[in-house]
Ligand binder design. Structure first.
Ligand SMILES: Nc1nc2c(ncn2[C@@H]2O[C@H](COP(=O)(O)OP(=O)(O)OP(=O)(O)O)[C@@H](O)[C@H]2O)c(=O)[nH]1
Ligand SMILES: [Mg+2]
Length: 220
């Protein structure tokens, strides 16, 4: 089974090398695609040096970056994660085993269960809880971490996913569609401390993601 990892990046030079090295150690023959949007640091150079396929996507947007990455991916299984080294690469191999053994289609990594105060602030926790609750009320989907940015799934699911957001809401959209199309489970993972500058704007993106859920429900 071929595995492709997709990593969206903007200025992640401090950590992208660690993430790529971790993925290479975790999975033999993994294809790694870094989708970079206008980094002004050495992100692209470091990724290329380590053998990743680097795609330049000049249009800004977390969702756009993933769509571009998915259009280039050739693996049967897709692993998605940030380039900021907050998600553990060591868990990727066990996740591949679980997705096959348990016959599920999509695993979303849950940061809430094992969260520490250092890596996950109370504000993020409250915001995430509001979004989890909203997803539960509007879509009858129960998740501990609707905003998680690490998932593994079968690429064949993606072709039937529709209207995925171009922005940060991509993360909640992909889970809603995964539940519609197959079986999704959550697995708790340890979440690390972010070193580089966050691209997520807590209040702005939090409200946007909430509004996005409401609009999505109305349009369904
Ligand atoms: N290519 C591309 N990558 C992006 C864009 N926005 C964010 N990213 C990357 O997507 C990943 C997620 O962004 P983060 O800033 O880590 O967002 P987050 O994980 O929700 O927030 P933190 O908990 O603060 O890390 C990181 O690797 C970013 O560099 C974008 O517009 N284009
Ligand atoms: Mg992050």
């Amino acid at each position: 089974m071929k595995v492709t990892a997709i990593i969206p990046t903007i200025n992640e030079e401090n950590t992208i090398g660690i993430v790529i090295d971790g993925l290479i150690r975790a999975v033999n023959g993994i294809e790694i695609i870094v989708v970079d949007t206008n980094s002004t640091d050495r992100t692209r150079e470091i990724a290329e040096e380590r053998g990743a396929i680097v795609i330049r996507e000049n249009r800004k947007g977390y969702g756009i970056a993933y769509k571009t990455g998915l259009d280039h991916a050739t693996g049967d299984l897709i692993v998605c994660m940030d380039g900021d080294n907050t998600y553990p690469t060591e868990i990727v191999k066990p996740l591949i085993d679980i997705i096959q053994l348990d016959e599920v289609d999509f695993i979303s990594c849950d940061r809430m269960t094992l969260r520490s105060q250092h890596s996950y602030t109370s504000l993020h926790f409250i915001g995430n809880s509001v979004l989890n609750f909203t997803m539960h009320i509007l879509f009858k989907i129960n998740l501990n971490d609707s905003q998680s940015g690490m998932w593994i799934f079968y690429r064949k699911l993606y072709k039937d996913m529709k209207n995925l957001s171009n922005g940060m809401s991509f993360s909640e959209d992909i889970k809603i569609d995964a539940v519609r199309l197959g079986r999704l489970i959550e697995i708790p993972v340890k979440y690390g401390i972010r070193i580089g500058k966050p691209k997520l704007k807590t209040w702005h993106d939090g409200f946007r993601n909430l509004f996005h859920l409401l609009i999505k429900r109305i349009q369904d």
